[in-house]
Design a binder for this molecule. Structure first.
Ligand code: GDP
Ligand code: IMO
Ligand code: MG
Length: 430
């Protein structure tokens, strides 16, 4: 019996991870976030009611699931407080089920200011970040200047560490960006107050996972962003600042590789991207606009319109290798219901060379030509279908082609935003 499942995005994020984690969470004992921060926007729809989560794991609507935030997540306590309060206002008991690792780096107010200042300074070359301070917070962690959650319960240590961090960042804000600096006393007070709100939730996540595993409990690891936004394997520098691929589960939750039994790679039936950077199969025509409209393609965190394009089997092939994908979950199949001819990028051409996986030198992405294969659309509604056999033949053919082209079997198909709009071909926990 499979015990632990990892859910990962295999494109540029927003593949529908939240929906799938929510529906799988009824079959597990704990759901764990292990990287990213509140740059994530994970949408859950249950009986028509929409919940958007940024930091709280997407198992929170299932009372049987403990929710954990591992050390790999950069945490804005202000954002977490808002999110927790909003959930509690809707009757969701967050505090009794949420645990946060004391080793989580804290996103501080200067991180957000620096994120904005840098993007502004980059002008046309901006990354298009979510502006949440994610990059600067991860930089502070790596430079060993970061404030961790545990520091907030040791005021003397916090005061000392904050002084060093703010000396540096206020200097950069003032002298490099010509911006207003932040008051040390104010930041210290606010941080101590926010820390106090979460003191009871501090949990040794790695230790807790070990305990759950020895009891034979099932654990679900919830990825944020997607493989193409990975700091090492993505379209650098147009990426996020964490590893979004499989290795981050071990480092960001504090478990060994034997903790992973099944990797579910989430992909849309087409492709989207928010922010700047290469997107070889991007559409600039009415078909792309139609997909954006039917798919309601606006970012769940920033509300920005998402760029839309055809499925990119070349990039998905790489994601399948990089993550050891056991099976794909194809989401938003219904969005293609009215597309007459559906194309899939099956290879890249770079100069005269044909590539079946993307190049690893990022600048080459700008010069790629895409080779496509065309598939006839099904031109009927698949919305809400829950049995594979009920899908139109052309949809079945498209999914079979995806399996053959992308290097892993399709185990689930999502046919609408609601939790119950799902086809389960093979359940990841079985
Ligand atoms: P995540 O970041 O990977 O969790 O994905 P987001 O929540 O940012 O974006 C996915 C969007 O697609 C959300 O608005 C979901 O409600 C919606 N969605 C998920 N699965 C489906 C589906 O199968 N069909 C349709 N039409 N919408 C879906
Ligand atoms: P979920 O978990 C889509 C993108 C931003 C930007 C780049 C860097 O909902 O799939 P950052 O703020 O992380 O420094 O921005 O990464 N990005 C996402 N795009 N979905 C996300 O999360 C994203 N999180 C970050 O748009 O291009
Ligand atoms: Mg999202």
């Amino acid at each position: 019996m499979t015990k632990s499942i990892v859910v990962l995005g295999t494109q540029w994020g927003d593949e529908g991870k939240g929906k799938i984690v929510d529906l799988l969470s009824k079959d597990v004992d704990a759901v764990v976030r292990f990287q990213g921060g509140h740059n994530a926007g994970h949408t859950l729809v249950t009986d028509g009611h929409k919940t958007v989560l940024h930091l709280v794991p997407s198992g929170i609507l299932n009372e049987g699931a403990q929710c954990l935030i591992g050390n790999g997540v950069v945490v804005s306590l202000e954002a977490l407080k808002k999110e927790t309060e909003a959930l509690e206002a809707h009757g969701v008991d967050v505090r009794s089920r949420l645990g946060i690792s004391p080793a989580c780096p804290i996103i501080m107010p200067y991180h957000e200011l620096l994120d904005h200042a840098r993007e502004k300074a980059k002008g046309a070359k901006a990354i298009g970040t979510t502006g949440r301070g994610i990059g600067p917070a991860y930089e502070d962690k790596v430079s060993r200047r970061g404030i961790r959650l545990s520091d907030l319960y040791n005021p003397g240590l916090l005061a000392e560490k904050l002084e060093e961090a703010m000396d540096f960042h206020n200097f950069v804000l003032d002298r490099y960006f010509g911006m207003q600096t932040l008051s040390y006393d104010r930041v210290l007070d606010d941080t101590l107050q926010l820390g106090a709100c979460f003191s009871e939730l501090v949990t040794d996540v790695s230790g807790e996972l070990h305990r759950l595993r020895t009891q034979g409990k099932r654990i679900l690891y919830e990825g944020a962003q997607g493989s193409l936004l990975d700091i090492d394997h993505g379209t650098y520098p147009f990426v996020t600042s964490s590893n979004t691929t499989i290795g981050a589960v071990c480092t960001g939750a504090g478990v060994g590789p034997d903790a992973i039994d099944y990797v579910l790679g989430i992909t849309k039936a087409y492709t989207t991207r928010v922010g700047s950077g290469p997107f070889p199969t991007e559409l600039f025509d009415d078909i792309g606009a139609g997909i954006a409209r039917r798919g309601d393609e606006f970012g769940a965190t920033t509300g920005r319109p998402r760029r839309c394009g055809w499925l990119d089997a070349v990039a998905l092939r790489r994601a399948a290798h990089t993550n050891g994908v056991s099976g794909f979950c194809v989401t938003k199949l219904d969005v293609l219901d009215e597309v007459e001819t559906i194309k899939v990028g099956i290879a890249y051409r770079l100069d005269d060379e044909i590539l079946d996986v993307p190049p690893q030198n990022p600048e080459a992405w700008d010069d790629l030509q895409v080779e496509y294969e065309s598939f006839p659309g099904w031109m009927e509604s698949t919305r809400g279908i829950t049995r594979f056999d009920d899908l139109p033949d052309n949809a079945k053919t498209y999914l079979a082609a995806m399996e053959a082209l992308c290097g892993a079997p399709v185990h689930m198909v999502s046919t609408g935003p609601d939790r119950k709009e799902i086809i389960v071909i093979k359940h990841p926990a079985e």
